[in-house]
Each structure stands twice: as C-alpha cells, then as structure tokens.
Design a protein. Structure first.
Length: 345
C-alpha cells in the first residue's frame, strides 16, 4: 500500500512538458520501499486517471533503472508500456528500453525515440540532455552523425546549462558532443566541471563519477588518436610531395638525357652521311681519273684507293664500336698493305 506522502507526491507530478518532471520522478522513486513498488505497479492499470497511471509507470521504471535492474525494467515495460501508446512521453521509455536491448544497446533506435520525445516537449531540459547523450553515444559508437546535428544538440545543451548551471549531467553531455566535434580541450573542461558539480551525498554518486572518468579517458584517447591520425596524414602528404618531386626530377633528367642522346645521334648520323658522301665522291673521282690512265697505273691507283677505303671504314667501325676492337686488326693490316703495295709498285 502506498503511503499518503507517496500518493500525494504522485498526484502532484508536474506536466510532462515541464523540466521538473524527471527530477520529481527521480526524487519520488528514491523514497519507495519494496512494498510500495508493488502497490505502485497496481496503480498503473487504474484507468480512472491515465496521467497518474503513466506517472506511476515512469517512477517505477526510474527506480529499476537507478538500481541497474534491467530485467525488472524490461518486465514492467513489456507489461504496461502498451497502455500509453498515445502519450509522447512514452518515447522516453522506449528510448531507455532500446538502450537495454539484450543484444546490446540499439543506439539508432534509442536516438529516434529520444528525438520523438524531444519534438513533443522541446523545452524539457532533461529530455534535451537525454537526446543529446544518446546522440553522442551513437557518434562514439562509430556511426556517422552529421556535424550539423551534433552542433544543434550542443546548442540546446548549452542553453540548458545557462538555465541550470549546476546540473552535472548537462556538462558531461556537453563534453561528449564537444569531443565528437573535435573540440577536445573544451570537452575535457566540461567533464572536469561535471565531476566538480556532483554531490557525493546523492544516490549513485560513485557510478556517475566512474562514468565521467570513463568519458574523460575516452576524450583523451580520441584526442590522441586524432593527433596521431593528423600526424600520419601530414607525413603521408609530405612523402607524396617528396615522391612527386623526385619522380619529376627523374623524369626531367631522363628527358634531358634522351634529348642529348638524340642530338648526339643526329650529329653522328649527319657526320656519317657526310663521310659516305665524301667517300662516294672520292670513289667516283678516282674512277674517272683511272679511266684516263694506262692499265698498270690505273690498277695501282685503284689498289691504293681500296686500301684507303679499307682503313677509313676500319676507323669508322672502331669509332662507333660496331665490333670488338681486336677484330679490326685484320682489316687495318689489309688496308695498310694494299696502300703500301700500290705506293711501292
């Protein structure tokens, strides 16, 4: 059976849109005895006053959530939540239920439910903090949350802090959102302020402090990870630039060598063509001269010309390395011998 104090407190619960609703429900659940939780659950199904029935459900679930009793939370939720499908505040319970999913927190579902509740009660500060916290947890899980959505949530949380600067939970949520947006120093300062604001005399103090310490460690790890990632990105970009410069330098050197080789080849080709032209002119002129000489003199002249041409082409082969140098000894001796024979004959 509920005491008169509990019954009076339940009947005086503020509207769901009020920022005081969650605080009053939390204060009420802390006062419940085990016997009163049974009586409170019986009150949920009283159809005479649906708001009081939902408030009883909300308080009862808040008690189980604070006690970290997810099994009782789930059982009570599954028995009674369907009675209040038409109440927007039911979305808050759905969001909490998604966080207690047996297979692990359903963060996208929890964020959707929290957004629905916030749309119905946009000025309810605990709902603002709840939606922002679920959104931050979604971002910390690795899911892609648009920066614009995070900025919007952060703006709402900061306005809530201005309205209630002593609320530690708001500071912690701000820290999570700032970390996701890359504002790590601001994030750590917010967590430090949340730790300072927590009242050690309140129930669940140790659990909240442990959570804030975990958040601070996560923020520091995220900041360090991003610094390492940024350093790796800068190093990669620097190496890419250096590689591009080296490749460009090698390409220029190769191009310069190719141009030099082409110029050399062009020069050699022109020299070779000039030499061949001179040789042909020499042969033609010699034949014309020999044609007017006696046979013996003509043969001597042609023999000398053959020796000279043999020597010329031997030298040509040596210059262009067409064959091994010692292979040129025989044609050189032949050319010299022909020239000497013609000269002495």
């Amino acid at each position: 059976m509920l005491s008169i104090d509990i019954t009076g407190a339940l009947d005086s619960m503020p509207p769901h849109a009020s920022s005081e609703y969650h605080a009053r429900a939390s204060a009420l659940c802390d006062r419940l005895t085990e016997e009163e939780t049974v009586a409170l659950e019986a009150l949920i199904t009283d159809g005479g006053d649906r708001k009081r029935g939902f408030d009883a459900l909300y308080v009862l679930l808040a008690r189980h959530r604070r006690a970290l009793d997810s099994d009782r939370y789930r059982r009570v939720y599954e028995r009674h939540a369907g009675l209040f499908d038409d109440l927007p505040m039911r979305a808050v319970l759905d969001s909490d239920m998604a966080m207690l999913h047996p297979g692990g927190p359903d963060l996208p579902g929890a964020a959707d439910h929290a957004a629905r509740a916030l749309a119905a009660y946009p000025h309810n500060q605990p709902l603002i903090a709840h939606h922002a916290r679920v959104l931050a947890e979604l971002g910390w899980s690795g899911a892609e949350v648009p920066s614009a959505e995070l900025e919007q949530a952060l703006g709402r949380v900061e306005r809530s802090i201005e309205a209630d600067p002593e609320r530690a939970r708001f500071r912690a949520v701000k820290g999570q959102l700032c970390a996701l947006l890359g504002r790590h120093e601001e994030a750590e300062a917010a967590i430090q302020r949340a730790l300072a604001l927590e009242d050690s005399g309140q129930q669940g103090y140790a659990i909240r402090v442990i959570e804030y310490q975990r958040l601070r460690a996560d923020i520091r790890l995220r900041a360090e990870t991003e610094r390492v990632r940024e350093s790796l990105r800068e190093t990669t970009e620097r190496l890419e630039r250096e590689m591009e410069q080296r490749l460009s330098s090698v390409a220029r050197n190769i191009e310069q060598r190719e141009q030099a080789e082409l110029a050399k080849l062009r020069s050699e080709s022109l020299g070779t063509l000039g030499l061949l032209a001179a040789v042909i002119a020499f042969i033609v002129t010699s034949v014309q001269v020999a044609d007017k000489m006696p046979l013996a003199d003509a043969l001597s002249l042609l023999t000398a010309i053959a020796g000279v041409l043999t020597l010329v082409f031997t030298v040509f082969a040596g210059v262009y390395a067409a064959v091994r140098s010692w292979w040129l000894a025989a044609p050189a001796l032949l050319g010299a011998g022909l020239f000497l024979y013609a000269s002495l004959g």
